[in-house]
Design a protein around this ligand. Structure first.
Ligand SMILES: *[C@@H]1O[C@H](CO)[C@@H](O)[C@H](O)[C@H]1NC(C)=O
Length: 212
């Protein structure tokens, strides 16, 4: 009986998979809304090779800003070919003293490879607050597990260049300082929930564009 059921089950599986829609890819239709399982697919007949090529990471970003760094993203919103593939990339340009401030990607792990310069990088464990922190040189890679707070900054005397890859087409990004100080939560509340002084909160809201 058990054998019979196994055979029956195998047949059911085989016949259902032979009728399953085989899809090689699902290039994002960005005119529709993103969903937890990605964007709806562009009609395959309208897909061309250019949907699988992205040239936006070839040029250095503008680092004349507060963080002296530029992040060029190739997430699904910039590169629809990543849709459904569990992949994305980015380019980090860090001028001397440049920093990618403490941030998380709620939906993906990240790996960085240093192409030029010397970068200090680290992440903080969510379960113990242990810090994993290291100087990375040309050719080094480091992985930042999904959802954990992490950072990178230029330790060297020349601009640094690195590329990152993430394990989600839309990994999300939340920058801690922006979350805390670029909002309209009243200064007193931010001070209360962060243990910082009112003056420090006001200063950071001023720098980062928060109100109240
Ligand atoms: C870089 O950004 C700064 C500040 O926004 C701007 O003044 C400058 O013109 C930009 N440089 C280039 C090459 O786009």
């Amino acid at each position: 009986m058990k054998m019979f059921l196994t055979i029956l089950f195998t047949f059911a599986l085989l016949s259902s998979s032979s009728h399953a829609l085989q899809q090689d890819f699902c290039v994002a239709d960005l005119s529709l809304s993103d969903t937890p399982s990605g964007y709806p697919c562009k009609k395959p007949s309208t897909v061309t090779v250019d949907d699988f090529v992205f040239s936006g990471l070839g040029v250095a970003g503008n680092t004349s800003n507060l963080i002296k760094a530029a992040v060029n993203l190739a997430f699904v919103a910039q590169f629809p070919g990543f849709n459904g593939l569990g992949l994305s990339m980015g380019r980090l340009d860090l001028a001397v003293d440049g920093v990618i401030p403490l941030h998380t990607h709620p939906e993906g792990s990240e790996v960085i490879i240093v192409i030029e310069g010397t970068i200090s990088a680290g992440f903080i464990s969510a379960s113990t607050n242990a810090v994993y922190f290291k100087t990375l040189n040309k050719g080094d890679i480091m992985v930042f597990p999904q959802g954990l707070l992490h950072f990178q900054f230029n330790l060297g005397k020349i601009p640094a260049l690195a590329f990152v890859s993430l394990s989600n087409a839309n990994p999300g990004i939340q920058i801690t300082s922006s979350a805390l100080f670029a909002n309209d939560l009243p200064t007193e509340v931010v001070a209360k929930v962060t243990f910082l002084d009112i003056a420090e909160v006001k200063k950071l809201k001023g720098i980062l564009g928060g109100t109240n």
